[in-house]
Design a protein around this ligand. Sequence first.
Ligand SMILES: Cc1cc2nc3c(=O)[nH]c(=O)nc-3n(C[C@H](O)[C@H](O)[C@H](O)COP(=O)(O)OP(=O)(O)OC[C@H]3O[C@@H](n4cnc5c(N)ncnc54)[C@H](O)[C@@H]3O)c2cc1C
Length: 383
Amino acid sequence: MNVDCAVVGASFAGLSCASALARAGLRVTVLEKKGDPGEKLHTTGIIVKDAIDQVALLDGLPAELVRRIDGVRLYAPNLRYVDLAAPGYYFLATDTPRVMRWLAARAEQAGAHIAYGKLFTRAERVQSGFDLGDLGTARFLVGADGPSSRVAKALGLGRSTKFLFGVEYEYAGAQLSEPDKLHCFIDRRVAPGYIGWVVAGVGVVQVGLARRIRGDRWTASAAMQALLEKIAPLFDFRRTQPTSVRAGMIPCGGLVRPAAARRVLLVGDAAGMVSPVTAGGIHTALKHGLAAGHAIADYLDGRKDDPSSWFVGSYPRFRIKRLLRFLFDHFQSDALFDLLLGTRPMRAAAGIIYFHHKGVFDPAGGAPTVRAARPKVEETGSG
Ligand SMILES: Cc1cc2nc3c(=O)[nH]c(=O)nc-3n(C[C@H](O)[C@H](O)[C@H](O)COP(=O)(O)OP(=O)(O)OC[C@H]3O[C@@H](n4cnc5c(N)ncnc54)[C@H](O)[C@@H]3O)c2cc1C
């Protein structure tokens, strides 16, 4: 393998970057340690509307791979809730394994080569780029290898130090009575620094949580058990075996520094490009992955300078969201959320967090009203 660009990681960031490079006519190989891009996922896979609007790569995403979610039901720690939505806004729940394979197929159709079962471990600088040992040579290297980036480590680039830990159970064949909402649970004990969630995905119900990691003594399964107990009056999955588990680290401290050096660039989670508040990183990984591919192609074709000197300036800084992360980390209070649910400050925060500043309204009309949750047992098809 002697290529123009080696991209490490065949996920959202790496596949979008490789698609752009290949479409520009460059020789690009994606090195992926897994044997299949759809296996061992560590994401809920919810794609925000902005990504659908802004990322051309998602045009043509087959309808059967997604489900539209129109709003959020936000539960206070005492389980009272408000329904929130924003004009024209939605999320897409996805059949994530198949979305990953579809993205990989698009990169290959564009001309990228994806080398599965290839673990990147090291890179040595040579005159014309990098020597990757048995994996060949590359003129440019992209680290799209997630939150514990080996590319960052090998090349002495910045690495994330602040994380949430996310874990999610999948229940194949289960159904929710309110499937068009993303159900979000605030509870400092169960999900400190973040939330728990229940969402009807494509053919599965996904129940998960993320916790801020700071001397955390809870295991993932203990935290999930606490969540399942908490939500049991509404969604009872306590006696249902999950069909699959997704779990992983989520950077929440903003961009790493430096995120680039001569002929090498980090993108996606490797660059810390995840919203410190929502923990969403798919949109940014796709958008900046594509842009990185274009920038590298321009450099390798001699039209622009090395993107390490200018491109990283276009990465999101998350200034407001880093402030919200700080406040959530230090002042999260269940009593305050019980009190503030449905109020103007809470709606303002929800507008920033869930709907990208697009305002908040109650789908039932008027200002969001606080309602008591009605206990209900969900139908589950998985026994
Ligand atoms: C539980 C959980 C739920 C989440 N839910 C959402 C959500 O609903 N919506 C959202 O927007 N974001 C969500 N996120 C965040 C989102 O998943 C990430 O931001 C996104 O996956 C980042 O994509 P990426 O391409 O940068 O990296 P990743 O998706 O982490 O992919 C990295 C790839 O690199 C490969 N790799 C790693 N090391 C090597 C190596 N040394 N050699 C070769 N290959 C390697 C991995 O196998 C993997 O394929 C969630 C995260 C977690 C943990």
